[in-house]
Design a protein around this ligand. Structure first.
Ligand SMILES: [Zn+2]
Length: 223
């Protein structure tokens, strides 16, 4: 595959050099494609840049996966076996987040680290958390203190290790707007039920690893 790609690249360059106007000859230091200025001011159609030479901007998902490969989360494989019961995830399925004592399911943690990498590059600080995975005991305690504003024990997406709660400093203002814009490309979003006027309580701080939540909770209303 690598050899085939290199062959394509060389073939592209060679074909282009032969077919160009003579500005780009073999051995010349002038690049065989027009500069932006030349392309913009040319009165005649300029030859196309060989497709294999085009530097394509990375999507956030690609950045996430590259970031993942480059900065694997220490001690977290990102792999889950599945078959878990809400609030009863085995330690092997959980990974630490950057802010202790919070944890989430391994696959969610890896993607959340990637999102945090991008957030830190933009704001110079990690995303601030107030909650992650909640076992059954924690869900029951929260239900006892918050009543219907908390999910019944066994139904919270925090119990699947697939939800996170952010501090106000993270989910509001400029950083909140950035999260709204960029979170979904990393697989994270504030779910519709938690929006103002949504089906559940208004919880702008509550974010979920959406694809995994969709798989785990296809039939049950959860939060
Ligand atoms: Zn929450």
């Amino acid at each position: 595959m690598r050899t085939a790609l290199a062959g394509t690249l060389v073939a592209g360059i060679t074909a282009f050099a032969v077919g160009s106007t003579g500005r780009a000859e073999a051995g010349s230091t002038t690049p065989p494609w027009p500069t932006t200025l030349e392309a913009l001011t040319a009165s005649t159609p300029t030859p196309p840049v060989p497709i294999t030479m085009v530097e394509r901007p990375l999507s956030n998902l690609e950045r996430a996966s590259r970031s993942e490969a480059r900065n694997a989360v220490p001690g977290c494989s990102g792999i889950v076996i599945g078959g878990d019961r809400n609030g009863q995830l085995p330690p092997s399925e959980l990974c630490d987040l950057w802010q202790r004592p919070y944890q989430d399911r391994a696959d969610a943690v890896v993607t959340l680290y990637a999102l945090d990498d991008a957030y830190r590059a933009r704001f110079g600080t990690d995303m601030c958390l107030t909650s992650g995975y909640r076992d059954l005991e924690k869900q029951a305690a929260l239900r006892a203190s918050l009543g219907s504003r908390a999910a019944p024990p066994g139904l919270s997406n925090h119990g699947w290790g697939l939800a996170i709660d952010f501090c106000a400093a993270t989910y509001t203002g400029t950083s909140g707007a950035w999260l709204d814009e960029n979170g979904p490309a990393f697989g994270w979003a504030n779910p519709p039920w938690a929006h103002r006027g949504g089906a559940g309580p208004y919880e702008p701080w509550h974010w979920e690893y959406t694809s995994a939540v969709a798989r785990m909770t296809a039939s049950a209303p959860t939060r």
